[in-house]
Design a protein around this ligand. Sequence first.
Ligand code: KG4
Ligand code: ZN
Length: 356
Amino acid sequence: MSGYLERMKEKTRHLARRGRANVLALESSCDETAAAVVRGREVLSNVLTSQIDTHTRYGGVVPEIASRMHVDAMDPLIDQALEGAGITLADIDAVAVTCGPGLVGALLAAVSEGKALAYALDVPLVGVHHIQGHIAANLIAHPQLNPPFVCLVASGGHSHIVYLDENGQGRLIARTRDDAAGEALDKAARVLGLGYPGGPKLEIAARQGDPEAFHFPRAKVRGTDMDLSFSGLKTAMIQLTHNMNQRKQPLPVADLAASFQQAVMEMLVSHTMQAAQALGARQVALAGGVAANQLLRSLFERECAAQSRAFFVPPMALCTDNAAMIGCAGHQKLMAGQIEDLTLNASPSLALYPAV
Ligand code: KG4
Ligand code: ZN
């Protein structure tokens, strides 16, 4: 391995001068194993396998099972991604992997594979923060979008409001103080007996319900206007359903789902719009698994139109975990010379940006 990093710095400078590279991207931070080939914002192939059916039996992701399934799925997916892109390993200029945050054993599948491939192919290795990947999904979907913009990243593990300045430099503006939005949706779906993953199931159930049937509290976090909190909302749902169950009352599932979903999405929208206003951002973007939610999209569309801000959201397939977004973020880092040595490790709680 001697001299690998020095050699790669030289290769990276060459690739940056060329301005385009074939990046093989790997993602395995949670319950999707994914591989993609990306050139800048152009996606040459994007494939994945989901473990959802397996984890559904247990009501959530089982880390040990996830790790093993990622390892088994990775090689065939890489072959598929290369075939889909119409290239071979010899055409790969760099490898990008999600190195955090996420489940450590799961992350290690992509990190180890990526390190082995980078070494064997003698190409640079890029470590990508999963959330920066989610944000980059917008760059793939909207070639005309460039910073500055405010982005809400709402997933099963995160609810962050970030600002990318005119240089593309990220800044954390607000975050959840407790549960992530997706986590709250998953929990609510579970107590309503809707199963895992909760967000999409809750959304379907909510279609038949009245969003004003129940009032769920919209939390205010002391000390900051913009930070989010979903634990009070989650507790309210648990208590409400517990009381109904004790009284042997049938759960009005659709109304509860609709009211809960409304509260979560309204909070996400109002805090993000507040950030956009405070920062004078003319563009607002949405990312992460929760961005697949139709109510969230339409609330954002309405608010952004009312405030004359442009609104961007990736198509569904790029909202949930995938490797194309990791490749796009990885390509940007590669062009900026931000590469890793082969000592790169999985970081379960990798920080996003410094808080201000
Ligand atoms: O980004 P993602 O695929 O994985 C993580 O990085 O966490 O996000 C998964 C989260 C889950 O909490 C899931 O319930 C939620 O996104 N989700 C949705 C929808 N689709 C996925 N939440 C609301 N509505 C949806 N349609
Ligand atoms: Zn994600």
